[in-house]
Ligand binder design. Structure first.
Ligand SMILES: [Zn+2]
Length: 254
């Protein structure tokens, strides 16, 4: 591998400059750091390979998506390979240097989307698109509805489903909850679509409710939904077994 040859050239240059020979033992102290940097750069290389379109983003968005992705990916690979893993707190502190302006809460929100959804599907391009949407619109939540209801809402200029009057809120999902909700509650139904809603643009109150932990809580909207909060709409399709499916890749969820 040329890469390893290039690295050993660096070692040889140091040896030549000083007329000494370096052993593996001499590198003992730096070994963990070298592994860590190499893993990080290998993750950037993997991202460039799987998500080529991030290079087309303007610089600050490119940096933010690339550096966030690299850390989520690095953590999975380090954990499975028994390598050292930084804490989420350290990751967030590192990101401030770039600067990627992200809070601990943001980091954890994206982390849940990655661990519960995108990483399970090995969908790096989908995660990159999700991060980009997050940077542009803040947290995005999802709502499943019949296409006919969406057309009706568009002509009315507002969305107020029957469930709002009955239950007092509009049921929504986080990204990893969309498919399970569709399969549990909409089995056998066709002609459904999914609204992608920018939570900070919602005029009514939005709260996460339910059991414990971000993984299990569901976002609820307590009032009518203003349509300018809807940043995208896509069709919910089924696989050959009749199970619901979401698109992969850059058009995943924006
Ligand atoms: Zn980096």
């Amino acid at each position: 591998m040329d890469l390893l040859k290039d690295l050993s050239k660096i070692k040889t240059a140091v040896e030549h400059a000083l007329g000494i020979g370096l052993t593996d033992e001499d590198f003992a102290d730096g070994r963990e750091e070298i592994e860590h940097i190499f893993l990080h750069e290998a993750c950037h290389a993997a991202i460039a390979h799987c998500v080529p379109w991030i290079h087309a983003l303007e610089e600050s968005e490119h940096t933010a998506v690339d550096e966030l992705m690299a850390r989520y990916l690095e953590k999975e690979i380090a954990e499975s390979g028994g390598l050292f893993v930084h804490s989420a707190k350290e990751f967030v502190r590192e990101l401030q240097r770039y600067p990627v302006d992200i809070t601990m809460e943001d980091y954890r929100h994206l982390s849940t989307a990655w661990e519960e959804y995108f990483w399970l599907r090995q969908d790096l391009a989908g995660m990159a698109a999700y991060i980009l949407t997050f940077l542009r619109h803040g947290q995005v939540i999802y709502h499943i509805l019949p296409k006919a209801d969406w057309e009706e809402a568009e002509s009315a200029g507002v969305y107020k489903p029957a469930s709002l009057a009955k239950e007092g809120f509009i049921h929504c999902s986080a990204v990893h909850q969309v498919i399970p909700v569709a399969n549990d509650y909409y089995e056998g139904k066709a002609d459904l679509c999914v609204l992608c809603i920018a939570s900070k643009k919602i005029i009514a109150e939005m709260r996460y409710e339910g059991p414990t932990g971000e993984k299990c809580r569901f976002p609820h909207i307590f009032g009518e939904l203003n349509l300018d909060a809807v940043v995208a709409v896509f069709n919910l399709v089924k696989d050959e077994d009749g199970k619901f499916l979401l698109p992969m890749g850059p058009s995943a969820l924006i």
